[in-house]
Design a protein around this ligand. Structure first.
Ligand code: IVH
Length: 667
């Protein structure tokens, strides 16, 4: 691979991980692995300035912007911190700043690095005015209503001496105990647990329901005061003042002098952090003096006067009991290491995913091996290696199964993928039960009272063989299942009845179409409008939808080409399940998203009629105009748009958008 190709690959990968982390709150890799990718890209870009790109992920700090909140520009950009991974790295940083400050004495403040989500609070006349997330560093979401529910955040300051207007930055965290409770509740409700307290905190802060936010028990620690003419000469003084106004500042904050004290602080905190009620992933070192901070200044991404030190992920060694193979609702087989229970970062680990055949082979595992388990940043445990010296004599190598452990069907491997799949979609119990469980989940059809066990029992009794069968369930059938009484049976049937009102976008997600996750389903539903349109679309047409790649498009087309799935759709329709978005003319005015924008519509469209587009423009605050002028904001162009119009729009530099792009503007 050439350096240019590697740069492209890294940029694509990092963009995807940024999206997973900041938008979806579902990281696939540890922070450390992410930082390593970013570091590699930074280095390659330094070596090859000729491949510079203003959109490279090295040029930004990530975005967590959701559309549900108003966006606000930060007064001071919210930057990130340079990372270091060893005491030597931190020592090198101390030496660098001492050199840059021409041998002046440098005092350093050591702090915990809280593992939550950053927040900027603005106070005016001692009262909380606004709370904004980090967003892309320049603009963030106004989450004031949610932040007000956090009990440790002062709404009115106490003490004295606070500036009339200032900004304070800190970290919103979900304490471990609240995290455990929340995940237990989610498991009981059949919802996916949060991978770590950081994701839980970020996800909670973005809820549109402040009451639920309040219930979850968020907390916040503060570490950075900003404002004009602050009456302090250093960070430690400022933090001491901040603490006296009612903000939570960690007691661990310590003034340090010289490398020896810095090194001892690192060692002390590494053992201390396990006892803290909140998750931390490292330390932060800051130059104390504001004058020195000013002299050192900032790079494009982070202050030179501060550095983060990441703790090494905790590891433990434990014996492999056996490898089992889980079967997911989409038929994917996941190897899982079942372990002798071992404590690690506050929990007991008994199972760890081996992900897929390639990863398992690379680890080269033998029966009864001593395995190294790691939990980085509290992410789900993973196996990182084998202690070969401890291998049992005569042990056999662990191999991937060739047949499905549930139904015995020979597994197939999809071209270009590391995963093995059981192709017996309609006969393999865990797949069917998994699809039923998914269908009834809270974010899908939200049918209460059917958890994993009930789904399995419904299948075994022969009552529910696919999701459409749920709509034929009767009270007397439910009563034959252990644990059901009249009341609980009626609750399930009520839930099934209510699910008929669930919007199409959720029903689409509930169907378990491979590659169609929640966000994709939402996008597709809004663009195509109904299951009938979707079923009639070609792979090419599907690919024209934003975010739908060739794999997803093919998967959707194959799904609906299958007579079994078509029959499920027809039975859902007959049961009264919603399979289209509300008609444009039925729905009341929806938004002001297009306020001040004028559109000229031209050509023939595939997804909606011209009149429907006109209505949509008006209902979202836009204006329809007949002919193109310099005042036109957009030309919405279908097939066969007249060449004269096209030429005019081009000349005037007016953006010409197609129907998918237009529909995406409304999301
Ligand atoms: S200082 C200009 N101090 O870590 C940078 N940040 O990786 C000001 N964080 O965006 C940040 N604990 O969300 C600072 N004691 C601490 C911190 C801390 C956690 C977060 C913060 C920041 C991120 C950078």
């Amino acid at each position: 691979m050439t350096d240019q190709e590697r740069i492209d690959t890294l940029r694509r990968e990092i963009h995807r991980h940024n999206y997973n982390y900041y938008v979806k709150n579902e990281p696939e890799i540890s922070d450390y692995d992410f930082d390593m990718l970013l570091k590699e890209l930074e280095e390659l870009e330094r070596e090859h300035p000729e491949f510079d790109d203003p959109n490279s992920p090295t040029k930004r700090v990530g975005s967590d912007i959701n559309t549900g909140f108003e966006q606000v520009e930060h007064i001071y950009p919210m930057l990130s911190l340079a990372n270091s991974y060893s005491i030597d790295d931190v020592d090198a940083w101390v030496q660098r700043i001492e050199e840059a400050l021409a041998g002046q004495k440098v005092e350093i403040v050591g702090e915990m690095k809280f593992d939550g989500t950053g927040i900027s609070l603005i106070y005016e006349h001692g009262r909380l005015l606004r709370a904004v997330t980090r967003g892309d560093g320049t603009r963030g979401d106004d989450v004031t209503d949610n932040v007000r529910t956090i009990r440790s955040i002062p709404l009115q300051l106490v003490g004295q001496g606070w500036p009339d207007f200032f900004e304070i930055r800190g970290e919103i965290v979900l304490p471990r105990a609240a995290f455990e409770r929340l995940n237990a509740e989610r498991a009981a409700a059949g919802e996916a647990p949060f991978a770590n307290p950081r994701n839980a905190a970020a996800g909670t802060l973005k809820l549109l329901n402040p009451a639920e936010v309040s219930r979850r028990g968020l907390d916040a620690y503060f570490y950075y005061l900003l404002g004009e003419n602050l009456p302090y000469s250093n960070h430690f003084e400022a933090m001491t003042a901040v603490r006296s106004w009612g903000f939570k500042v960690s007691d661990i904050m310590t003034l340090l002098h010289g490398l020896g004290e810095v090194d001892r602080f690192i060692t002390r905190c590494d053992s201390l952090r396990r006892e803290l009620p909140v998750a931390t992933d490292g330390l932060v070192f800051k130059v104390n003096s504001f004058r020195q901070q000013l002299n050192l200044g900032f790079t494009a991404k982070s202050p030179r006067w501060a550095v983060a030190y990441k703790f090494a992920a905790e590891q433990a060694a434990t014996r492999l009991r056996f490898v089992s193979f889980d079967i997911g609702r989409l038929g994917y087989i996941t190897p899982v290491a079942n372990l002798e229970p071992v404590p690690l970062s506050g929990t007991i680990v008994k199972r760890a995913s081996l992900h897929n055949d390639d990863i398992m082979q690379a680890l080269d595992i033998y029966q009864g091996d001593m395995l190294l388990v790691e939990k980085g940043g509290e992410i789900i445990p993973k196996i990182v290696g084998v202690v070969e010296e401890d291998r049992l004599p005569g042990a056999e190598k662990v191999t991937f199964v060739s047949h499905c452990p549930a139904c015995g069907t020979r597994l197939v491997r999809i071209e270009g993928e590391a995963a093995w799949i059981c192709p017996n979609k309609y006969g393999c119990e865990p797949q069917i039960v998994g699809r039923i469980e998914h269908f009834v989940g809270r974010r899908m059809m939200n049918i209460d009272g059917i958890g994993a066990e009930t789904a399995a029992a419904l299948f075994r009794h022969g009552y529910v063989r696919n999701v459409a069968d749920l709509y034929d369930l009767t009270v007397s059938q439910l009563l034959t299942i252990e644990g059901f009484a009249e009341k609980s049976a009626l609750r399930v049937l009520d839930g099934i009845e209510a699910s008929k009102q669930v919007p199409f976008e959720r029903t689409l997600y509930a169907l378990s179409i491979p590659f169609v996750g929640e966000t994709t389903a939402k996008k597709i539903a809004r663009v195509v409008g109904s299951v009938d349109t979707l079923m009639s679309m070609s792979v090419e047409q599907l690919q024209a939808i934003e975010d739908v790649g060739p794999g997803t498009a093919t998967s959707i087309a194959e799904f609906f080409a299958d007579p079994e799935n078509r029959s499920i759709v027809e039975r859902l329709r007959a049961a009264g399940v919603v399979l289209s978005m509300p008609q444009a003319d039925e729905a009341a005015p929806k938004s002001n998203i297009l306020a001040g924008k004028s559109f000229v519509i031209s050509g023939v469209f595939a997804l909606h009629s011209r009149d429907e587009y006109k209505t949509m423009i008006e209902q979202n605050g836009g204006k329809n105009v007949g002919s193109i002028s310099s005042k036109t904001n957009y030309v919405l162009a279908g097939e066969n748009m007249g060449p004269a119009k096209l030429e005019k729009a081009r000349k005037l530099g007016i953006p010409i958008i197609n129907e998918e792009q237009f529909l995406a503007m409304l999301i």
